[in-house]
Design a protein around this ligand. Structure first.
Ligand code: DDH
Length: 292
């Protein structure tokens, strides 16, 4: 009887809001981990599970949550994301009815919103796939490359120059880890708050190549405590990218509007429209919105 009830359970927006709330609470249980929030690593999981999309073959994307399976779980780009997957597994235990694709992307939405970012329109409908749906290695960007590579990788997902730049503003959040990617350090002084500081710092600081035995990365001349990846620096070297980077550095509201739009699309890559339970994406409430 209990099993039957489970099968017939059709979750409502309120049920998804409860999942959101649990994730939001979990983000703050990070203690000494990194900068005190699991938000950045959980956002990165949502992005890497979506960014495998290939529009030509219509494969990859967030629909099947194939990073649960090897070898995709072991792809170099996904180093460290086991931490985020394990955190999400705790939520899954409590809300068994949610699919992994919906859970991980809702995690990305909660991470952005709880770290003071804009509302990211989101809707459920992803289904759990199989190991056979997993994508080949090499679909996610390589931080050592230049503008051609960025256009090729993000073009394959269906994104243009403006969208590439807007998406890259996510690097206001979190940090790179020596034992995960080989790189080291945060991009901004407030890695758990979403702002347009990533763009501002690209223009305001003098960036020089870090002298060390690690992969090529830049450091700010003034404090040597911040970093930029070669692919970040390209955003102020390439003329077309630079135009958008300048606009976002000058206008945080514009950055937030464009970021919300493009991240919402990113998280829906690879999901057939008819799978979504609603034609109009939802705005999930932040914990702050729900305080009386
Ligand atoms: Fe990123 N990213 N990312 N990134 N990313 C890393 C960390 C984080 C690239 C490489 C790296 C996006 C785009 C790019 C986040 C979000 C997003 C790290 C460090 C590397 C390397 C990993 C580690 O050592 O832990 C490259 C290259 C690109 C690109 O070419 C544009 C996008 C689009 C997003 C997004 O969310 C929309 C976040 C958040 C982090 C911090 C993770 C953490 O644990 O902290």
């Amino acid at each position: 009887q209990a099993a039957k009830v489970q099968v017939n359970f059709v979750p409502t927006k309120e049920d998804y809001q409860q999942v959101y709330n649990k994730i939001a609470e979990l983000l703050d249980e990070a203690g000494e981990y990194d900068d005190g929030s699991y938000g950045p690593v959980i956002l990165r999981l949502a992005w890497h599970s979506s960014g495998t999309y290939d529009k030509e073959t219509n494969t990859g994307g967030s629909n099947y949550a194939t990073m649960r399976f090897e070898p995709e779980a072991l792809h170099g780009a996904n180093n460290g994301l086991n931490i985020a997957r394990d955190l999400m597994e705790k939520i899954k235990k409590e809300f068994e009815w949610i699919t992994y694709g919906d859970l991980w992307t809702l995690g990305g939405v909660a991470a952005v919103q709880e770290m003071q970012g804009p509302k990211i329109p989101w809707r459920p409908g992803r289904i759990d796939g199989f190991a056979a749906d997993a994508t080949p290695d090499g679909r996610l960007p390589d931080a050592t490359q230049g503008s051609d590579h960025l256009r090729k990788i993000f073009g394959r997902m269906g994104f243009n120059d403006q969208e590439i730049v807007a998406l890259s503003g996510a690097h206001a959040l979190g940090r790179t880890h020596r034992d995960r990617s080989g790189f080291e350090g945060p991009w901004t002084f407030s890695p758990t708050t979403l702002t347009n500081d990533f763009f501002k710092l690209l223009f305001s600081e003098t960036w020089t190549w870090k002298k060390w035995n690690g992969p090529k990365q830049l450091e700010d001349k003034a404090t040597k405590s911040l970093m930029m990846l070669p692919t970040d620096y390209v955003l102020v070297q390439d003329k077309s990218f630079k135009k958008f980077a300048r606009q976002y550095a000058d206008d945080n509201d514009l950055f937030f509007r464009d970021f919300a739009k493009v991240v919402s699309r990113l998280f829906e890559l690879g999901v057939p429209t008819q799978q979504f339970v609603t034609s109009e994406p939802w705005i999930m409430k932040s914990l702050e919105d729900q305080q009386d």
